[in-house]
Design a protein around this ligand. Sequence first.
Ligand code: SF4
Ligand code: SF4
Length: 91
Amino acid sequence: MPKTSYSMPVVGSTGKTGSWRTFDPVIDYDSCIKCRTCWLYCPEASIDIDEEGYPRIDLDYCKGCGICAQVCPKKCIEMVRGEVAREGGDA
Ligand code: SF4
Ligand code: SF4
């Protein structure tokens, strides 16, 4: 059998990311179909599903990688420059 890499996402495995993340994922809930694809692929396990089935992103641990936006079948997650970048003054 060929060997392959394998890892399990763990919330906060690299510490809080809110202080250095540049881009924030923003969900358009009017377009979300509750498919959970973003939740499945988030490498930081920073997306939870609320009681109504919608994804909720924990920005304390999200690193802004944009994977959720890439995999969303409805393209209803937009990566926008966040608070850290705005404070830096170049946004
Ligand atoms: S941007 Fe990356 S870390 Fe943040 S919620 Fe999306 S997939 Fe997870
Ligand atoms: S992948 Fe997109 S459509 Fe699916 S639950 Fe996440 S935000 Fe909603």
